[in-house]
Design a protein around this ligand. Structure first.
Ligand code: CO
Length: 177
């Protein structure tokens, strides 16, 4: 698989306004060695950055894959390939952050419980009913695969209060490019 021309060792978290964060990620046709390696690398990066979830768009590779671990305990990571949320129930609002949007936090309304169908690395299609934090994570990461970020879901007020930080991140990206 083509990792967007990036070698695995060079993969790192990309920050807003990196274009991969706004791309709709592509369906994964085959779980080959490169997808497995990519998933392992993403798990590593998630732990190194103390995140509870990471989508492939966030390492600059827009394919439909994300990893999650609501406990943060190593070994409990979950890997979702071609995930689809097939049912959603209830509502809950809580503060979220994102590894690609450093120092930006805001409340996001999400479904409290969702049923997600995804393929694991062994190629098995599984259905999982998740609630609370894990439900929030899978919705946040599914958003990434559709090119959507938490700021898109912020209230008008929360959007206004993170505007200058977004401008800062844009300026940082212009400086380093
Ligand atoms: Co995120």
């Amino acid at each position: 698989m083509e990792l967007n021309g990036i070698s695995l060792d060079e993969l790192g978290i990309v920050y807003y306004p990196h274009p991969a964060l706004r791309q709709r990620a592509k369906h994964i046709d085959e779980i080959d060695e490169s997808i497995e390696k990519l998933a392992r690398k993403m798990v590593e990066l998630m732990y190194a950055n103390k995140g509870v979830g990471l989508a492939a768009n966030q390492v600059g590779v827009p394919v439909r894959l994300f990893v999650a671990n609501p406990t943060g305990e190593k070994g409990n990571e979950l890997i979702f390939v071609n995930p689809e949320i097939v049912e959603a129930n209830g509502w809950a609002e809580a503060e979220e952050g994102c590894l690609s949007l450093p120092q930006i936090y805001g409340n996001v309304r999400r479904n409290k419980t969702v049923i997600i169908v995804a393929t694991d690395l062994a190629g098995a299609r599984r259905e999982m009913k998740v609630t609370d934090l894990l439900a929030r994570i899978v919705q946040h990461e599914s958003d990434h695969l559709d090119g959507r970020l938490i700021v898109d879901r912020f209230s008008v007020l929360a959007k206004m209060s993170c505007r200058s930080r977004l401008k800062e991140l844009e300026a940082l990206a212009r400086k380093s490019s």
